[in-house]
Design a protein around this ligand. Structure first.
Ligand code: BES
Ligand code: MN
Ligand code: ZN
Length: 497
């Protein structure tokens, strides 16, 4: 897919489809009105006939409209003008992309970006549109013997802006939106790959390939090195598996040399059977997505590297399977973490926190300005928040605010959940410093409490993406979240320093 952003009169240049918006009760948006004038009232006539009400989600495709250079005119219902905000803009774009993808048009000019939407600027609208277009074209077919879908006809999209003065912002937004789309696709691919392909070694190779392409420093620590570092907790999870664990470290240094990096720590359990505390069989296949945190770290690094964002970031990915092999950790086993603290493993299915704690301790050596860990950590978070927002926990309110704002700006939202001391008591153990589970109440909170014990030396946010990283059911597949949130967080940081 190719993109460009321009300021052009709708329908004046040759293309397969010109796309303009109509508000509720049939009011033409400014580009639609301009197109209607060029078409000598053909659009107004179609609206008058009752074929397009302007209601959100509706479309009308017109062919061979006289006096217009484009083969097709696609009208998109935008809903009420006064409630045409960022969310409505995204729905309109999604509708438009679906409709134009159902035609044979190879090129399209989309004039929805030229409309005011909420408090958005042109960069946001163009960027969001490019990302949505890449998302609409995403297919995961590499494991099928032959493609089920015809190749998409749409090859070239022009996103328009209203004022010539908006050119620079539109172009920056476009470049960022494309890079974000690529980062999301990368994260989706890694998530969608099955556990027998996407192993810890595969993740390490993917990181190395990414590093090569974008000149990132990649280091992969093997079991022996982790042993030397005292990562007894991470290694306890890998014990039951024949696949060797990897600790993947990637540095992107786009910022000044002396700038402390942001550390992104992603849970990379390439398959979670639960270990000795085996999960039930139903839907266990979805535990191939248990490396989605890792995937989002790699996807975000790809996006910011493509953008050449002026910032320093280090990605840290503990990668392992969680299997019930004969050497697997047993409930009641006690291990020593890299921090020196000991943990009684009462449930081997709480493996995410066991690998993250050592990765978080490892992050200390980078003296990070902020640490964000991303993990499909708890089923309890899915019960609490469903599939709409990610759970957010923090030991620093300013950082929490910054991450929440990035979620809002990217429409990849998170919700702040509590981390009060009282919850810590649920992790008490009679035999070790603490246990790795805190019982049924507030399961997402006690998981975060566990992690908080390893984050005393830096500002930290934990994102529980168990409900947002993938979809179940008929549309089963990775969502690429929270790559938009993370990327937006880094964009905002890079421009504020
Ligand atoms: N990977 C799972 C969390 C998960 C479960 C994500 C369902 C998405 C859907 C995690 O490793 C896990 O198994 N957590 C347990 C913790 C429990 C044993 C305290 C859970 O949530 O059931
Ligand atoms: Mn588990
Ligand atoms: Zn897990």
């Amino acid at each position: 897919m190719e993109f460009s952003t321009k300021s052009i009169a709708p329908g004046s240049t040759k293309s397969g489809c010109v796309i303009v918006g109509v508000f509720e009760t049939g009011k033409l948006s400014a580009p639609a009105a301009a197109l209607d004038r060029a078409a000598k009232g053909a659009l107004a006539k179609a609206i008058k006939s009752g074929d397009m009400t302007g209601r959100a989600g509706t479309t009308l495709l017109l062919h061979g409209v006289a006096h217009i250079a484009c083969e097709r005119v696609l009208l998109i219902g935008l809903g009420a003008e006064k409630s045409f905000n960022e969310k409505a803009f995204r729905s309109a774009l999604t509708t438009a992309l679906r409709a134009v993808n159902a035609t044979g048009a190879a090129t399209a000019e989309i004039h929805l970006t030229a409309l005011a939407a909420g408090t958005s600027d042109i960069g946001w609208r163009v960027g969001q549109s490019a990302t949505l277009a890449i998302e609409s074209a995403y297919r995961f077919e590499q494991m099928k013997s032959k493609s089920e879908n015809l190749p998409a006809a749409l090859k070239q999209i022009t996103l328009t802006y209203a004022q010539a003065s908006e050119r620079k912002d539109a172009e920056r937004g476009l470049a960022q939106g494309i890079a974000l789309g690529h980062g999301m696709s990368f994260a989706k691919d890694l998530g969608n790959l099955p556990g027998n392909v996407c192993t810890p070694a595969y993740l390490a190779k993917a990181a190395q390939a990414l590093g090569k392409r974008h000149k990132l420093k990649v280091k992969v620590l093997e079991r022996a090195e982790m042993q030397k570092l005292g990562m007894g907790s991470l290694l306890s999870v890998a014990r039951g598996s024949a696949e060797p664990p990897k600790l993947i470290v990637i540095e992107y240094n786009g910022g000044p040399k002396n700038q402390k990096p942001v550390a992104l720590v992603g849970k990379g359990v390439t398959f979670d059977t639960g270990g000795t505390s085996l999960k039930p069989a139903g839907e266990m296949d979805e535990m191939k997505y248990d490396m989605s945190g890792a995937g989002s770290v790699l996807g975000t690094l790809k996006a910011i590297a493509e953008m050449r964002l002026p910032i320093n970031v280090v990605g840290i990915i503990p990668a392992t399977e969680n299997m019930p092999g004969s050497r697997a950790t047993k409930p009641g086993d006690i291990v020593k973490t890299m921090s020196g603290l000991t943990v009684e493993i009462l449930n081997t299915d709480s493996e995410g926190r066991l690998i993250l704690c050592d990765a978080l301790t490892y992050a200390e050596r980078y003296e990070p300005s902020a640490v964000i860990d991303i993990a499909t950590l708890t089923g309890a978070c899915v019960i609490a928040l469903g599939h709409v927002v990610s759970g957010l926990f923090a030991n620093d309110d300013a950082l929490a605010k910054e991450v929440l704002a990035a979620g809002e700006a990217s429409q990849d939202r998170a919700w702040h959940l509590p981390l009060h001391d009282e919850y810590q008591e649920q992790l008490k153990s009679n035999f070790a410093d603490f246990a790795n589970i805190g019982g049924r109440p507030a399961g997402a909170v006690t998981a975060a409490c566990y992690l908080s014990r390893f984050t005393k030396k830096f500002k930290w946010v934990h994102l529980d993406v168990a409900g947002t990283a993938w979809k179940s059911g008929k549309e089963k597949g990775s969502t690429g979240r929270p790559v938009p949130l993370l990327t937006q967080f880094l964009i905002a940081r890079a421009s504020n320093r």
